[in-house]
Design a protein around this ligand. Structure first.
Ligand SMILES: CCCCCCCCCCC/C=C/C(=O)SCCNC(=O)CCNC(=O)[C@H](O)C(C)(C)COP(=O)(O)OP(=O)(O)OC[C@H]1O[C@@H](n2cnc3c(N)ncnc32)[C@H](O)[C@@H]1OP(=O)(O)O
Length: 359
């Protein structure tokens, strides 16, 4: 039986809900089949040789030649169906995670001594945050907000705390095109930052190494930030054709004054841990050699304080600001939705992905 338009639309929705990234090859095939099913044979001019992403998409679509629209639609539905049936949940249980709890591909979440630790776990990518990882962090925070722990800690595995947004997120374009991707990403960003704004317990960052981009901006929403003296704090938004997120356009001027915030958020000045501490973004800096021992000893002591009292104190300190923070978050996300489509941003991202530039 031929796939109907309804089957096709339902398959398009299922693609958005895939738990596992199917990889670039499959995504290109999905793109090509979608275009063929909706527009017929490739009718676009061939992109330039350095326009890697559009060239790969064009090649995939063009390779379908004169495949009839109905067959492309059927193949699209079959491909999505094979992806959804093969995405069985993994049975691996991360060390320390309670059985029955959520499992994560890009995080290690443990709960011990009254502390839930959420550790970014993509050390080979410097803990860059992929689309899936944004979702996992939100899930882990929501679970931590309801578990028995008194304090929640966010930290990184390996030599980096986090290198910010995974720039490969820009290559993962859905059938609706780049505008649709920007729209979805703005919603995801707003939800992600909103989860930090609303987090009800003391939230502590243990910054074990360099921090970049969104991993820095959201620090303004944490209740304490402990840093190794190896850590640096870098928000190179102008270099990337971007603008601030994570409510930093509001929290940073408040924390460090507008002039210092300008150096970080507009001129992209990278701060050492000592400088970030002097400017109030970091609570305390520790020598790297004793960082883990000193910080965890301290956190274990704090975790024994009465939990309700700590939650209520956090509410008293933060609640007056919540409405404002949500408004700032919505505005920053909507500005970025436009920025992501700008030449400045696309060129900077392409330069990184084609290995022509690093920060
Ligand atoms: C159409 C719209 C889509 C929008 C989707 C957006 C969704 C929400 C966005 C929220 C806003 C967030 C903004 C930010 O966070 S801005 C900051 C972004 N981060 C960067 O620009 C950092 C880029 N990385 C680097 O410059 C360097 O890798 C770094 C200085 C961090 C480390 O350099 P070093 O030489 O020590 O290490 P390597 O470069 O060799 O890194 C090892 C491998 O890891 C890869 N890597 C590292 N960071 C990232 C990253 N952020 N994104 C993707 N990949 C990253 C690096 O490429 C290396 O890979 P290979 O081994 O394959 O070469």
């Amino acid at each position: 039986m031929r796939a109907s338009q309804e089957d096709f639309e339902s398959a398009m929705n299922q693609v958005k809900l895939l738990k596992k990234d199917p990889g670039n090859e499959v995504k290109l095939r999905l793109y090509a089949l979608y275009k063929q099913a909706t527009e017929g044979p490739c009718n676009m001019p061939k992109p330039g040789v350095f326009d890697f992403i559009n060239k790969a998409k064009w090649d995939a679509w063009n390779a379908l030649g004169s495949l009839p629209k109905e067959t492309a639609r059927q193949n699209y539905v079959d491909l999505v169906s094979s992806l959804t049936s093969s995405s069985e949940p993994s049975s691996q249980v991360k060390p320390g995670a309670d059985r029955g709890q959520q499992e994560y591909e890009n995080l290690v979440v443990t709960s011990e001594d009254g502390i839930t630790k959420i550790m970014f776990n993509r050390p080979t990518r410097k803990n860059a945050i992929s689309t899936q990882m944004y979702q996992e962090i939100m899930l882990a925070l929501k679970a931590a907000s309801k578990d028995d722990s008194t304090i929640t800690v966010v930290t990184g595995n390996g030599d980096y705390y986090c290198s910010g947004n995974d720039l490969a997120n820009f290559t993962d374009i859905p059938p609706g095109g780049v505008e649709e991707k920007a729209k979805q990403s703005a919603i995801m960003l707003r939800d992600f930052v909103g989860t930090f704004i609303d987090f009800p317990k003391p939230l502590v960052a243990v910054v074990n190494g360099p921090a970049v981009g969104i991993s820095v901006t959201i620090l303004g929403l944490f209740d304490a930030v402990y840093a190794s003296d190896r850590a640096t704090f870098h928000t190179p938004f102008s270099h990337l054709g971007l603008s601030p997120e994570g409510c930093a356009s509001y929290t940073f001027p408040k924390i460090m004054g507008p002039a210092k915030a300008t150096e970080m958020l507009i001129f992209g000045k990278k701060l050492t841990a000592g400088e970030a501490c002097a400017q109030g973004l970091v609570t305390e800096v520790f020598p790297d050699s004793t960082f883990q021992k000193e910080v965890w000893t301290r956190l274990k002591a704090y975790s024994k304080l009465p939990p309700n009292s700590m939650r209520i104190s956090k509410q008293v300190i933060r609640n007056m600001e919540k409405e404002k923070l949500h408004a700032v978050n919505a505005e920053e996300s909507s500005v970025l939705q436009e920025r992501w489509l700008s030449d400045e941003c696309i060129n900077a991202t392409m330069n990184f992905l084609s290995k022509k530039a690093k920060l």
